[in-house]
Design a protein around this ligand. Sequence first.
Ligand SMILES: [Zn+2]
Length: 298
Amino acid sequence: MKNPLADFLHQQICAADEGGMGEKMKTLITIITACAAICAVIHTHIHTACADTGLLWLVNKENSLPADFHPENLCEFKGVKLSLPAKEAFIKMLAAMESDGIYGLRLQSAYRSYEYQRVIFDQRVKELMAKGQNREEAVANASHSIQLPGASEHQLGLALDVSIDGKLSQKFATTDAGRWLEENCYKFGFIIRYPQAKTDITHIIYEPWHLRYVGIPHATIIKEESLTLEEYHRYLANIPMYVVWGDGYYFLVRYADILLETVLPETAEHNTEISRATPARNSGFIITQRKMKGTERS
Ligand SMILES: [Zn+2]
């Protein structure tokens, strides 16, 4: 593998030779060269052994997506675009809901590009300014209900807004569909991303209509422990591992600050998924291994 840093350091050694630089300096440069080569090998292993699914990326004002981020696996469903795992889970969830006698759930919105998020944010700011707020107030207030461009997880293709009457309203929580989702959506890998009791953590109003797909094991832990996604990553970072049952399997969930080469053979095995905690390249990793089949109480 081509390593620009190693090439650069090699040139420095040659220059040190020609310039009559001391042996200590040459040794130091050689050590740094070796370290750079090792880092390149580990980096390559991480990329070949595990692809970042992005399923657990925390996206908010502090962890925003670049304007040019587009999810890879977007597909069409009922007139909107969403990522493939979210679509498959939503179809299963809809079928389960209907078999419980609840019909009419509509998918209002899912994937939104950075540019479209800017359009709807600016629209909200204009509405608030028309009501007499100055620009600063309007931007601050708009950001409680609409995320700034880049800070919306709709850009991931993993967030869905649902309704039964075409309106995104907190009254949705008291409908049969809203109550069913609150109780059951975790079984299909979704969480109510902005809960009523956690607005001081999410900085977003209660949105019973906004679901985020994170996968069944994670949605189950988040539900069991009553966490937000913000809290979940901190929670995992403080426990060695979490065993959770869902979808007929046991899952082992762990958090790692970095993926060392020693854990890679284990993570490369089948039934293992890895997601960074945030879009940032220096964020930690959540490793999810699907273990044996089983029942909840066995
Ligand atoms: Zn939403």
